[in-house]
Ligand binder design. Structure first.
Ligand code: ADP
Ligand code: ASP
Ligand code: MG
Length: 467
């Protein structure tokens, strides 16, 4: 079971967590709990480190106070008995002192390395795991917190490390299985890992879901339950489309597409470890624990609806390389994407017109200037000879993705999407469809995005169904 930031973010939320764990214990389930930092804490840690790098001496002490008071409020409300309470407060104070020292060093040096940033970023999970273990312990469920730096072995790609599954599985079996055998609940930090040499890493923002799936694969778990603050995966982000409803069943591929294209409810990598050994994932609501939520499994692909969900991913740029001289010249695409790859930018979508007069692709907006510079350098001769006429970017665009495995082979879906957008006078800048036909993605202007999501949601009747 993984509990996200809101699910461990307040006294009220943690009371729900206690109830959920008690219910699992009463069914004699063997559970491993994975926790996120209290909501907002990771952002606070990252911004404090960046402020320290910029020479600000006040940000870290302010953040220290805020984190201390949030954790103290929970511990005072939910961990009684002076011994246990003092022990967990001492552990949290120890971590906060480490945070002070790190921020001080960063400020003195004026340098923040990706490696140091990962150490700081992961402190929220380390405080949270200790706190949740103490809370469960105090409520009759003997628990032990564990830092995933001991369990999840990763490469050294700081900020978005990948697990080395063999080593991770060995560690999990030797360190977690004995705790389960003793009847303890292991409470493991999400989000973090460490290299083989023991240097802390993080798996990427929002990656506690991924951590849960990694542990599940390593331990050959029966199921993964992701406890969050909504009733499962919905037909669209409920903050954007208030009448979105829960999708009861989804396939790994469908959720993969949705997560990739902006549905924040599940980390895009979380499906992979689960899918490899067919572990079902349930998305459940901590604040409405009896709601059945969403079941993600292999067989869910067989469900009927063609279009299941609409997602949007924002803050993107569309880069276009165009020129009549590109026609039929081999290697232009390879050189284009080679140059982009050197910048480290992530390409989210690619589209090329069949006349080959242009290639366009989407990257995060914060990387667009760097990508343009790299392309201009790579194509300098073609630009001089005017084989390539222009390399340009259109900023502040959004990809809207229409997802559903049942779209495969059904004609007319695109026509309905374009019809719905046309009636609202929304201009589509570019489109792409994967050959898997699980999704159709459209590039549109930021100002049209919310309206586009709502109108496609309506067009496919997703608003009126009951869950
Ligand atoms: P947690 O902290 O539990 O990991 P997140 O904030 O990462 O929670 O993810 C849950 C949020 O994802 C929801 O509050 C919701 O606003 C957002 N979200 C975006 N798209 C969807 C969707 N299609 N279905 C459900 N939630 C979505
Ligand atoms: N706390 C981390 C983040 O905010 C990981 C997570 O919550 O999944 O990105
Ligand atoms: Mg999340």
């Amino acid at each position: 079971m993984k509990f996200g930031g809101t699910s461990v973010g307040s006294v009220a939320a943690l009371r729900q967590v206690i109830g959920i764990a008690q219910k699992a214990r009463s069914r004699n389930d063997e559970i491993v709990i994975v926790v996120s930092a209290m909501n907002g804490v990771t952002d606070l840690l990252l911004s404090s480190a960046r402020r320290a790098e910029a020479g600000d001496a006040d940000a870290a002490p302010r953040a220290h106070q805020e984190m201390l008071s949030r954790h103290t409020a929970v511990i005072e409300a939910l961990v009684e008995g002076s011994g246990r309470r003092e022990q967990v407060l001492a552990e949290i104070n120890g971590l906060l002192n480490e945070f002070d020292t790190l921020c001080h060093s960063i400020r003195v040096l004026g340098e923040l390395t990706p490696r140091a940033l990962d150490v700081i970023a992961g402190m929220g999970e380390r405080m949270s795991a200790r706190q949740v273990a103490a809370v469960l312990d105090h409520h009759g469920m003997p628990s032990q917190s564990m830092d995933a730096t001991q369990l999840v072995v990763t490469d050294n790609c700081y900020g978005s490390a990948s697990p080395l599954m063999h080593l991770t599985a060995e560690r999990c079996r030797s360190l977690i299985s004995p705790l389960l055998a003793k009847g303890l609940i292991p409470v493991v930090t999400g989000f973090i890992g460490a290299t083989e040499a023991g240097i802390p890493t993080t798996l990427g923002r929002g990656a506690s879901d991924y951590s849960a799936a990694i542990l599940a694969q390593a331990l050959n778990a029966g199921e993964v339950w992701i406890w969050t603050d909504v009733n499962g995966v919905m037909t669209a982000d409920p903050r954007l489309v208030p009448d979105a409803h829960t999708i009861p069943c989804l396939s790994y591929s469908e959720v993969g597409e949705m997560a990739y294209f902006g549905a924040k409810v599940l980390h895009p990598q979380a499906m992979r470890p689960a899918r490899q050994i067919d572990i079902p994932i349930r998305i459940l609501n901590t604040f409405e624990p009896d709601h059945s939520g969403t079941l993600i499994s292999r067989n869910s692909e067989l469900s009927d609806a063609a279009v299941k969900a609409i997602t949007a991913i924002k803050d993107l740029s569309l880069i276009t390389v165009e020129g009549a001289g590109m026609i039929g010249v081999p290697g232009v695409a390879a050189r284009t994407f080679g140059a982009v790859a050197h910048t480290g930018a992530n390409v989210l979508m690619i589209s090329q017109s069949s006349s080959e007069q242009s290639i366009c692709f989407v990257v995060p907006m914060r990387e667009s200037a760097q990508v343009l510079a790299a392309l201009e350098k790579e194509m300098i001769r073609e630009l001089e000879r005017r084989n390539i006429e222009r390399i340009w970017s259109q900023n502040d665009i959004v990809i809207v993705a229409v997802v559903g495995a049942g779209m495969k082979g059904i004609p007319g879906i695109s026509a309905r999407i374009f019809g719905a957008l046309g009636r609202r006078h929304i201009n589509v800048i570019a489109i792409a469809q994967g050959s898997s036909e699980y999704n159709i993605s459209l590039v549109i202007a930021r100002s049209d995005a919310d309206d586009a999501v709502r109108s496609i949601h309506d067009e496919f009747g997703l608003s009126n169904k009951s869950s």
